[in-house]
Design a protein around this ligand. Sequence first.
Ligand SMILES: Cc1cc2nc3c(=O)[nH]c(=O)nc-3n(C[C@H](O)[C@H](O)[C@H](O)COP(=O)(O)OP(=O)(O)OC[C@H]3O[C@@H](n4cnc5c(N)ncnc54)[C@H](O)[C@@H]3O)c2cc1C
Length: 460
Amino acid sequence: MKNVLIIGAGPSGIFTALELVRKGGNFNITIIEQGNLVEKRVCPKSKTKECVHCKPYCNITSGFSGAGAFSDGKLSLSHSVGGDFPNLVGEDVAQEFIDYTDTIYLEFGADTHVEGAEQTDAIKEIRKSASIAGLKLVDCPIRHLGTEKAHQLYFDIEQYLLNAGVKILANKNCSDIIIENEVCIGAVVNGEKMYADEIIIATGRKGADWLDEMCRLHGIGREPGVVDIGVRVEVRNEIMEKVNNALYESKLIGYPKPFCNKVRTFCQNPGGFVAQENYDNNLAVVNGHSYKDIKSENTNLAILCSHHFTCPFDDPILYAQKVGELTNMLGDNKILVQRLGDIKSGKRTWQSELNKTNIKPSLTDAVAGDITAAIPYRTMTCILNFIEQMNVVVPGFSSDETLLYAPEIKFYSNRVKMDKNLNTNVKNLHCLGDASGWTRGLMMASVMGVYMARKLLENN
Ligand SMILES: Cc1cc2nc3c(=O)[nH]c(=O)nc-3n(C[C@H](O)[C@H](O)[C@H](O)COP(=O)(O)OP(=O)(O)OC[C@H]3O[C@@H](n4cnc5c(N)ncnc54)[C@H](O)[C@@H]3O)c2cc1C
C-alpha cells in the first residue's frame, strides 16, 4: 500500500484524497492542515465586530476546505476561468474534469441550479457586439454553493474521508520537505519527520511564499507567473443595465493593440460599491463588493491587464507592488480616482469636478487625482484601448464621466514547473492548486486534485 502525504486541506488537497478513495485506490492517505477542521472554523468577528487576529492561523483563510470556505463559493464551470491548468493538460481534458468534478459537488449537496448556462437572445446580442469590438465573451456557467451550504458540503466531505480511513491531521504545520538523492521522501510536520511514497503540496495562496522558499532551498523548478495590474471602473447602472440583466457576470477578454497584452473584465458588481483593501505590507488596493440588501446607483468592475516578465527581470509581483506603491504615494495612501474624460484631456481630476457629474463615487474617500502619473504607459494604453472596445458592447462605457480607480492588482503565485503527470523535477513531489501557480479558483483547484489522483491511480 502506497503512503500519500498531502500538505494543505484546501480543495486541491481534499479532492486528491476524495478521488483516491472514490476510485478504491490502495493508498494510505494523510492530510496535514495548519488550520482547524471545518466544524471548528469559527470567525470571532461576528461577535467581536472586529478582527481579533486569531493565532496561530486565521480561521477564514486556514482550515479544512481552504481559503474560500467563508466565501459564497462560486464554482466556475468553464475551463476559460480559474487559472492556467488547461494550458498544462489541454482545454478538452480540463473541461472533462470540470464536468466530472461538478458531479462530485452535486453528490455532496451542491445546488442544482446553474447561473448563466442559457443562451438568451440578449446574450447572443452581447456576443455579437463583442465580436464586432474584437472582444471574446467567455461563457462561464456558475454554480453557487452559498456560504452555509459550502460549510455543510465540506463537512460532509470531511466526514466521508475520515470514515474511509483518511487521516486528517489538523493544527499541524509543515515546515520543510525531505529530499534525498533528488527524491522527495517526506516532510517535516510540527518538527517531526513524516515519510511517504508520494508528497503533494497543496498549500494555497497563503502557502505560496513557503512553497517558493521550498523551491529555492531544494532546487524545485519554477517560473515566474503573471501579475494583473489594472483599474476598477465605475459607471451608472443605466449604462450597464443590458449586460447586468443578461449575464450574472460578463467576462470579456481582449488583446488590444499595439501591445496585445491580455486584458479582461473581472468581478462585476451591479449596484455595488467600490472598496479599499489593505494588504499586509500596507499596500492599499481597490476592490469591489455587492451586498444583498444595500444597493448603489452604480456598477463597478475591474479591468485587468496581464504582465509577464522573463529576462533580465523576472519578478512580476515586485513590479506590481512598485506600481501600487507609486499610485498610493500620489493618493496619500488612499485609492486614486480619475474621470475618463480627464485622462483623455491629459489632466488630473479635481474633487470639485467629481461633485458635478452624474456618477457619485461609491468609494467616498477615494482621492481625486491623476492615475496616469503612476500606471505604466503600456498598462494604461492597454486599458484605455480596451475601454474603447467595451464601449461597442456597452454604449456609454467610455463616456467622459466614467470613473477609474487605481490601483487594482491581482497577485498570483509563481508557477511550479511540472509535466502533464504533475511531476516536478524532484521525484515523487507534486504541487497543486493556487500554491502551484496553475489555478486560481475553487473549481480549478478541485479539478487539479482529481487529476492528481487519477495520475497516482494510473501509476499504482
Ligand atoms: C475570501 C475568498 C473568497 C473566494 N471566493 C471564491 C469563489 O467564490 N470562487 C472561486 O472559484 N474561488 C474563490 N476564492 C479562491 C479559492 O478559494 C481558491 O482558489 C482555492 O481555495 C484554492 O484552493 P487550494 O487547494 O489551492 O488552496 P487553499 O484553499 O488556499 O487551501 C490551502 C490550505 O493549505 C493550508 N496550508 C498552507 N500552508 C500550510 C503548511 N505549511 N502546512 C499545513 N497546511 C498549510 C492552509 O491553511 C489552507 O487551508 C476565494 C478566495 C478567498 C480568499
